[in-house]
Write a new protein. Structure first.
Length: 305
């Protein structure tokens, strides 16, 4: 169990325990949602027998990124966020529901197709995410959300420097070619023991994890597997450079990314795809340094007002 105290409110909140739920219809739906998040590939992956249930386009599991089934601080947790939806999405330029947000990971992180809102699998995942917000008062942001926020570098992150870091600290699990290690033969719906970081069965270039700041912070605070925010294993520089090395590798490309962030001034500085409002190169948007871009965007925003 992970505790998540909140300094302002004095609230001490613990991730609720799925096993404590009654085995009634709603308790079983939450369990099913947790299973979908921990073994996504076995239920809605590209190799499941029932082709109508093939929503995910790769054999990842949500929990490969939303660590410990969405309960790990700074491991992209899924707790405490249900009440924040619907919310404005800068990426789509309009208000989105929690189902839209799940589908955003389905079509990008999972490189798949959107699920209908009334699909039983969607409803179960949302029931689990809602359960992970049990007892969180509305408007309260729990500590530990996202993937953390380490200092940035003054220089561009460097794939060439990241390569030996990968060889030393990642390759033993994620494989020489970043393709991970399967649980069983590739055509089975058994997923990975060690998930791929690039290549055809990885997240696509429109995914949050494809953005340098997201993957660098995620790696700093969670990798090698077992590290956490209290005990990072890589220093800040190594984390940025190894993230740059992973980002520089080939992965599935999502069509239509030019429609993301219709208000270009709201586009994250580290979006690796154009168009951009600020005149900086795609190279600098991909690897940094980001401070000059941020300053230019701030200037453009104040001019607009
Ligand atoms: C490859 C990594 C990865 C995988 C796999 C993945 N996600 Fe995500 N997810 C992310 C990242 C990164 C974010 C934050 C995105 C951002 O920076 O905006 C996110 C955000 C979310 C959010 C919003 C969280 C918030 O704080 O508002 C939800 C809900 C979510 N994912 C659900 C899922 C579900 C359900 C699955 C499986 C079907 C899944 N994700 C698979 C990386 C992943
Ligand atoms: C001891 C084995 C191990 C090592 C070493 C390791 N990882 Fe991981 N990594 C994992 C596992 C296992 C997961 C999936 C997490 C889960 O399901 O709990 C993961 C998940 C990830 C993810 C998100 C999922 C995905 O497929 O994209 C990224 C990114 C990642 N690791 C990057 C790295 C980097 C970079 C390094 C080196 C600094 C590294 N890892 C070192 C085992 C490892």
């Amino acid at each position: 169990m992970v505790s998540a105290g909140n300094a302002q409110s004095g609230l001490v909140w613990l991730v609720p325990e799925v096993g404590a739920l009654p085995r009634d219809a709603s308790g079983m739906q939450v369990r099913e949602g947790r299973d979908l998040i921990t073994a996504t590939y076995a239920h809605i992956g590209p190799n499941v027998r029932d082709t109508s249930r093939r929503y995910a386009g790769n054999n990842l599991a949500c929990t490969n990124c939303h660590l410990q089934a969405g309960t790990k601080k700074f491991g992209l947790p899924l707790f405490g966020l249900f009440g924040a939806f619907p919310q404005y999405s800068a990426r789509s330029g309009n208000e989105i529901s929690i189902e839209d947000r799940v589908n955003s990971c389905m079509t990008r992180s999972m490189n798949g197709r959107a699920m209908p809102v009334d699909a039983p699998e969607m409803q179960a995942m949302v029931a689990y995410i809602k359960f992970l917000s049990s007892g969180v008062p509305s408007g309260v942001t729990l500590p530990g959300m996202g993937a953390g926020n380490m200092p940035e570098l003054d220089r561009a992150a460097d794939p060439v420097r990241g390569r030996p870091v990968y060889a030393r600290a990642c390759l033993g699990c994620h494989n020489t070619d970043g393709s991970g290690v399967r649980n069983s033969i590739p055509s089975s719906a058994m997923g990975y023991m060690m998930p791929p970081l690039w290549g055809p069965d990885s997240f696509n270039n429109g995914a949050g994890m494809a953005r340098l700041s997201t993957i660098a912070n995620f790696v700093h605070f969670n990798m090698p597997h077992g590290a956490d925010y209290l005990n990072p294993q890589l220093n800040v520089e190594e984390a940025w450079d190894v993230a740059a090395y992973v980002v520089s590798q080939a992965r599935p490309q999502k069509a239509g990314l030019e429609h993301d962030f219709p208000n270009r001034l709201d586009k994250p500085v580290d979006a690796g795809f154009g168009p951009y409002a600020d005149g900086f190169s795609q190279q600098q948007h991909t690897y940094g340094p980001f401070a000059p871009i941020r300053a230019a965007l701030e200037k453009l925003r104040s001019e607009k007002k």
